[in-house]
Design a protein around this ligand. Sequence first.
Ligand code: UD1
Length: 422
Amino acid sequence: MAAYFLVKGEQTVKGRITINGAKNSAVALLPAALLTEEKVKIDNLPQITDIDKLLDIMRSLGASVSSPGGRCLCIDGANVDRFAPPGPLVNQLRASYYLMGSLLGRFGRVEIPMPGGCDLGPRPIDQHIKGFTAMGASVEVGHGLVKVNTNGLRGAHIYLDVVSVGATINIMLAAVKAEGRTVIENAAREPEIVDVANFLNAMGAQVRGAGTDIIKIQGVKKLYAVEHSVIPDRIEAGTFMIAAAATGGDVVVEGVIPKHLEPVTAKLKEVGADVELGPDFISVKSRNGLTSCDVKTFPYPGFPTDLQPHMMVLLTKAPGISLVTENVFERRFCHIDELRKMGARITLEGRTAIIEGGRSLSSAPLRAMDLRGGAAFIIAGLMAGGDTIVGNIKYIDRGYERIEERFQEVGVSVQRFEEGEN
Ligand code: UD1
């Protein structure tokens, strides 16, 4: 039965919330664990459906997964003996593409369906393939399947044509056990890439420069057991920070790395919120009203595309014209039609949304179309007059752990119902 959220309107986000482990790190760390035959322990994993699905795929390849409790999982890849993950599972999540790099590193070959994930416009994997090919792999793409074969991977010099998180991590995974040195130029610099590099290095890999645009990897013969804790999720943190500013509230997000949130704190200050940083927390307090501003998404350290919908929702309240330009995913605008149903005045010109702010939103039945847009609808519902229903929440559950309970922690009413219940 399809579930939905009922969001009570005109509420204020207030309180403290401890941020979970980063989805985008976790979905790369788990496949990376298959690069060794030894046991790997990963802590601070978020409990989200993308992780459940990824673990199902890893089990289907022969990995055994046990839970010593809490948010910790032990992965034993000793018996992994398959290099062709099953299609129906792989199709359900984007991050399954990291199995390409990790299975290539482990077996020198992989057969995998084209990855699924949210529809944000075209999401090619040509840069991943370019990297594997440069390392000596032969890649065949056809009938929805990617087949990669090698006679042993060799280090290579790879210049990425576009800054891609997925390609950077995937090439890193394939390169750690390749023969010789790999250099990735024009690499993405996201904190999740640094987290994966730290994990690999703790296993015995030699990755240098993660977090800059040149990553150098000296291949090693073997990787070993490791224990690792996932970094905090900057997108979950940003969601609650924006929600507080948008609802005239006051929130402290705890257990974060404030540096990772610099582009978000800078924007929130620009719209008129009071933002204070501590060593591992950020407080966001809304002052009198909001100021319009322009937002341009870019790869890290630019403003994250994953918080673009949330920021757009906030800007519907800021008097004046705001421009939101999406530079990462060309069609990441499917939330606009739903926001218009709530009375938002937004027009789209190419990659730029023009928001005529200063209007109150009113409740409407909404359907989440993707993970982050869906979470932004909850913020819109909190701002609106009346109660808002957000349907299709399977998208939101992919990447936010029980988001309704998290919003309840900061004092607002967001309830989950199954269809027919209420
Ligand atoms: C990752 C994140 C996602 C985030 C995005 C951008 C994960 C699991 N997902 O997605 O939450 O929104 O980074 O920060 O970590 N591109 C190509 N060819 C390629 C690869 C990418 O043209 O081979 C393009 C994409 O279409 C897009 C841009 O590069 O326009 C950036 O994509 P990329 O950084 O690869 O995003 P993902 O890794 O899919």
